[in-house]
Design a protein around this ligand. Sequence first.
Ligand SMILES: NC(=O)c1ccc[n+]([C@@H]2O[C@H](COP(=O)([O-])OP(=O)(O)OC[C@H]3O[C@@H](n4cnc5c(N)ncnc54)[C@H](OP(=O)(O)O)[C@@H]3O)[C@@H](O)[C@H]2O)c1
Length: 362
Amino acid sequence: MKKFAFIVHLRASYRKDMQFLAAPLGWIPDSFYRFALRNRPLAPFIWSDVHVTSEATQAQGCVIMLPYSGQQLLEQQKAMMPRLQEAVELASSTGAEIVGLGALTSPITLGGKLLTTDSPVSITNGNAFTAYITWKKVAQLIQAHPNRCPTVALVGATGSVGSLVAQLLATHQPEANYLLVARNERKLSALAVAMQALDACVRPKISLAMDAVRQADIVVLLTSAADALLHGKHLKKGAIVLDDTQPRNTHPNLCKQRPDVTVIDGGLVAMHHLRLTRSVGLPPGLSYACLAETMLLAQADHEGHFSIGNPTLAQADYISTLAIRFAHLGFELSADYSFGKPLARSVPARLTEPAFTLSSTR
Ligand SMILES: NC(=O)c1ccc[n+]([C@@H]2O[C@H](COP(=O)([O-])OP(=O)(O)OC[C@H]3O[C@@H](n4cnc5c(N)ncnc54)[C@H](OP(=O)(O)O)[C@@H]3O)[C@@H](O)[C@H]2O)c1
């Protein structure tokens, strides 16, 4: 097995994430951190060792922290590039041969493209497996939905994860109605055409407005914004939201304002033996799907870069076969969580039933 590294950034705020380093750091207000650290080039550092298998006595990988918030990454993309390159070099110095890109480190590097030139390691943005895991969950939700042909909104449909989820759904669930939402109309139209080419029955609608999401029974959130984009006013009664975003584009208050709505944390993978020396904000035994892709490629001794930019259907197929090969370690869709807690509301039993695989639904 190759060694791997996974690059993350602060998820919410300095205050919230620093308390994982030492509890008193969580009492310092964010404004102080922002003032003290403004315009300082902060070096990435090793946040956590990672053990994937139960018998591992030494770390099989690590998580590298880029100490900037999602907002900072989006606002200062150019300034972040040298920091990301430092993170890749740090990964390489630990012996890692495969590096995965967590959260917004992928969108700001064009899905990893900007890091591939002269890279000492293989890069993956982790989005082929993320799309595959997300598709599996959406397929379950469609099958269990009381409407025979529910409307599924893909918000952030044209992105690296979104475009592959859309193609998987067009291929395997052509019966549903699809609404594609993002800000670039040209890309949305091209994706709608690509979905129709996969199955002529699929006739997606496109929209640039979040308000259009109110038509949807199932909303899949795949945007790369730094804060909450989806609000109660955007959702129809009883809507189910699958939120893949990191940092989250839904606010915990959403469920208080709209108790009729169910929010499920998306892109989560069950990993039976996974151990981290410091949390990345998930309950034990769970991994982000993009981290899971990095671990899968490392387990398989993969050579070369993998998911770069928008991954393809063939890559989803390949990574799903690796997930089956290493199923003794997990690499499967997790149980339902909502804002990090096991989903209290009972989702109809059918939602958790069929285990879709790419080969079984073709
Ligand atoms: N849970 C996991 O394991 C996991 C794994 C991978 C990624 N993720 C998360 O998934 C999300 C998407 O990642 P990605 O790599 O696919 O990002 P991406 O390639 O940048 O795609 C983002 C998509 O969102 C749209 N978008 C961005 N800002 C928007 C806004 N304000 N309003 C409406 N649409 C907006 C973009 O299109 P326009 O620019 O045209 O609007 C694009 O369609 C990120 O939050 C990432 O952290 C989670």
